[in-house]
Design a binder for this molecule. Structure first.
Ligand code: AHM
Ligand code: MG
Length: 292
């Protein structure tokens, strides 16, 4: 990506992916890079990618792990040099034989053994958790290694930022409309939060993790099940959020407790500061349940 404008990798690849979205050339390259690098480890029996319809066989039967990934998240930002990222989720396999097994992919987020993301921003940062805190590494290009910069990262319980694509306002439920009015200070004498939205989930999530904030992508009349994918986006980031002392919900249920039924399942996502997520769930209960 550092050489993206210099070599012919920008723009559309001319294919539509399983999500019905235009694939970018870099989406395709990133997907191939992930499959090749992970396939060679011998530790992965099954992979699944946001860019591919079916589970992908790993390297042989012996791999203990299943890895699900969004190879390049934030596609709309690729051509404009804004931050994008890679998200990954790792499970232990639950099947006893075979590769490319669907059942291994359809596990609740709570069972993840590790999850995290890489953000390609002003520097390249990797954030991961293996269930014992959240740790941040920065790529040092002079030595080609990731160096540990922050260990045991915690996120503030209440955030100063809210991040949501507000152009969808008229498509939201009354509950979400009220929540965003409240974040803007309309309902509280001007006391609200500051808005920040890049349109790259990894970048929006990372800023809020470090600085304190909440990210929301609700279901709306255009996307009645939400836009983001449970297994490649919501679940791994929920694992990181909880490990950092934050929370993640679909508005009712913790993301990590959702039992997936489909590989490319979508979900509404409310993620970040613990008290802010609780406020969202409470308001949705009061406003949306009352209006049903
Ligand atoms: P992608 O996986 O096709 O890149 O889509 C996911 C992205 C997220 O990074 C981001 O949070 C969201 O889509 C932004 O959507 P919108 O442009 O509707 O605000
Ligand atoms: Mg994505």
């Amino acid at each position: 990506m550092r050489r993206a404008g210099l070599v012919d990798v920008l723009g559309a690849a001319g294919q539509i992916n399983v999500q019905g979205e235009q694939q970018q050339k870099l989406d395709v390259l990133a997907n191939e890079a992930m499959k090749q690098a992970l396939g060679r480890t011998g530790r992965v029996s099954t992979m699944a990618s946001e860019e591919e319809e079916d589970p992908i066989p790993g390297s042989g039967d012996g791999g203990k792990y299943v890895i699900l990934f969004d190879p390049l998240d934030g596609s709309s930002n690729i051509d404009v040099n804004a931050s994008i990222g890679t998200i990954f989720s790792i499970h232990r396999r639950c099947s006893s034989t075979g590769t490319g097994v669907l059942e291994d992919c359809l596990q609740a987020g709570r069972k993840q053994v590790a999850a995290g993301y890489v953000i390609y921003g002003s520097s390249t940062v990797m954030v991961y958790s293996a269930g014992r805190g959240v740790h941040c590494f920065t790529l040092d290009p002079t030595i080609g290694e990731f160096r540990l910069i922050n260990s045991n990262v915690t996120t503030p319980p209440t955030g100063q930022y809210y991040s949501i694509n507000e152009s969808n306002y008229t498509r939201w439920s009354p509950g979400y409309q009220k929540i965003v009015r409240s974040f803007k200070g309309v309902e509280n004498d001007g006391i609200g939060k500051n808005a920040r939205y890049i349109g790259s989930l990894v970048a929006d999530f990372h800023r809020n993790l470090i600085a304190g904030g909440i990210f929301l992508y609700p279901a709306d009349t255009k996307s009645p099940r939400g836009k983001l994918r449970l297994l490649y986006e919501a679940s791994p980031l929920a694992f990181v959020a909880e490990q950092a002392g934050g929370a993640a919900s679909d508005g009712k249920t913790p993301i990590l407790d959702i039992e997936p039924t489909k590989l490319h399942q979508r979900t509404p996502l409310v993620i970040g500061a613990r008290d802010d997520v609780a406020f969202v769930e409470r308001t949705l209960r009061e406003v949306d349940t009352a209006s049903q």
